[in-house]
Write a new protein. Sequence first.
Length: 143
Amino acid sequence: MLFLNPSVEQLSRIIGSVAAPAFLLGAVAAFISVLISRMNRVIDRSQFLHGIVDDETRAYLKGDIPRLKRRASLLNQAVFHSTMCAIITSMLIIVAFASAMLHLTHEYGVAILFIAALIFFVLSLINLARETRIALRDFDHHV
C-alpha cells in the first residue's frame, strides 16, 4: 500500500513544524490585501488624472502620471512576489504532510521551500518600501 498510516507522534511533529508556515501564509494573505488596496488607490488617481482635459487649469496635474506608473509597477511586482511566497508556503505545507503520510524525511525539502518563500516575501517588502518612498517623497501638493 502506497499510503501508510503515520503515527500520532509523526503527525504531531509535522503539525508543529508547519505552524510557522501557516502563520506566514495568513500574514502574506493580509499583506496582499494591503498591496492591492494601495494599487487600487494609485489606479484611481491615475484614472482621475487621465480624465483631465488638456486645456483645463488643472492640466499640470498630469505630470504626476509617470510617477503613478512607477508606483503601480512596484506594487504589481510586490503582489507577484507575495503570491509566489504564498504558493511556495502552501507547497511546503503539502510536502510536509505528504511526506508524513509516506514516511519520508522532509526536513531539507521543507527548509529549502521555507527559505524560498521568505526570499519572495523579502522581495515583496523591498518593493513596498520603494513604492512608499516614492509616494512620500514626491507626493502631490496640488490637490
